[in-house]
Write a protein that binds this ligand. Structure first.
Ligand SMILES: [Zn+2]
Ligand SMILES: [Zn+2]
Length: 334
């Protein structure tokens, strides 16, 4: 009996802390992105790392979320694109937590001195881990979930994901916007699947690229949860991609004054599948289109406390979202 108990204790000790479900922490980085995904396998992926500077503010917030999640190392750090609000914080978090793989779309494509400096700092830190360059159609091999890369470096998948590919009637009324050659349009975008649960993270992908993914046919399918693209700017969040994804919940990583513009919030509110919008921040530009206060992690414009939003998903597709500021929580059943 004693032997049996010690074998049981040993095997329990070998299990990761969060064996039961998928957890996603949406970390407030003041209008950038930092999303920590903890797979049921215990492996983790951090999508972007917020801004550099501010006394290590964003790295501290990410490290605090990692601690809560029982994450002692980041298995995959996805640098969606070379902009300061996403990649700028990577060297600072790398100094705090071991990072195994660095995933990106390849080299930086912007030529101004600031962009070159940002890319050089990233390249230097990524050289200390294993680098994984992804293209559309690739998978990011985070154990316990399936992550399909649908866009990267300005290219999109040419074949639909399994179960996707239906014509998208919302494309009929979509006009193209001006061509975007910036790093935004080169963002690594992905769909994550855990059982019946699906999460869409398009980073800062812009309008024309979004529409390439879903027009005339929807190549990416649906998603239960949609990270509002590009902080809720209206050069992203095309009505066609919302119609394709049909999310139940949209989560905004706008800052108080960055992103969160009325045009994009209106597109999301006009999408019939959307039950709720959750926001890391109250968006001053959005006015009346902001979510009710209990759905907002950081309602104050000044002296932000950096509260996060946590999502827990079950393999049947049900999920629960919690606002860490007030513990307001809501479960969405399949
Ligand atoms: Zn951004
Ligand atoms: Zn960007």
């Amino acid at each position: 009996m004693r032997i049996l108990i010690s074998i049981l204790a040993l095997s329990l000790a070998a299990l990761p802390l969060s064996a039961a479900n998928l957890q996603i922490y949406f970390i407030d980085v003041e209008g950038g992105q930092a999303t920590l995904i903890v797979s049921p396998s215990g492996e983790s992926m951090l999508v972007d790392a917020g801004w550099p500077g501010f006394n290590g503010r964003d790295a501290d917030r990410i490290a605090a979320a990692a601690k809560l999640a029982g994450v002692k190392r980041i298995d995959y750090l996805l640098n969606t694109h070379y902009h300061t609000d996403h990649a700028g914080g990577i060297p600072e978090i790398a100094a705090k937590i071991p990072i195994v793989h660095y995933v990106d779309h390849g080299s930086n494509t912007e030529t101004n001195p600031g962009a070159q400096k940002l890319a050089a700092a990233y390249d230097e830190v990524a050289a200390k881990g294993k680098r994984l360059v992804v293209k559309p159609g690739d998978k990011i091999p985070l154990r316990g979930v399936e992550i399909d890369v649908v866009a990267a470096h300005g290219a999109v998948i040419s074949k639909p994901l399994p179960g996707a590919g239906a014509p998208n009637p919302a494309c009929a009324s979509i006009e193209p916007k001006r061509e975007d050659r910036s790093e935004n349009g080169r963002s690594v975008a992905f769909i994550l699947k855990y059982g019946n649960f699906r999460f869409a993270n398009m980073a800062d992908l812009t309008w024309n690229k979004e529409n390439e993914l879903v027009c005339p046919n929807n190549l990416i399918g649906t998603a239960d949860v949609y990270l509002i693209t590009h902080h809720g700017l209206d050069i992203s969040n095309s009505p066609a991609i919302l119609a394709a994804l049909q999310p139940v919940v949209a989560i905004g990583n706008n800052g108080a004054k960055k992103g969160g513009v009325p045009g994009s919030f209106q597109v999301i509110r006009n999408t019939p599948s959307v039950k709720d919008i959750w926001q890391l921040h109250y968006a001053i530009p959005a006015g009346d289109l902001n979510a009710p206060e209990q759905f907002i992690a950081n309602p104050e414009a000044e002296n932000c406390q950096g509260h996060y939003i946590k999502l827990t998903a079950e393999s049947d597709g049900s999920f629960t979202i919690t606002n860490s500021r007030n513990n307001f929580s809501k479960t969405y059943k399949r």
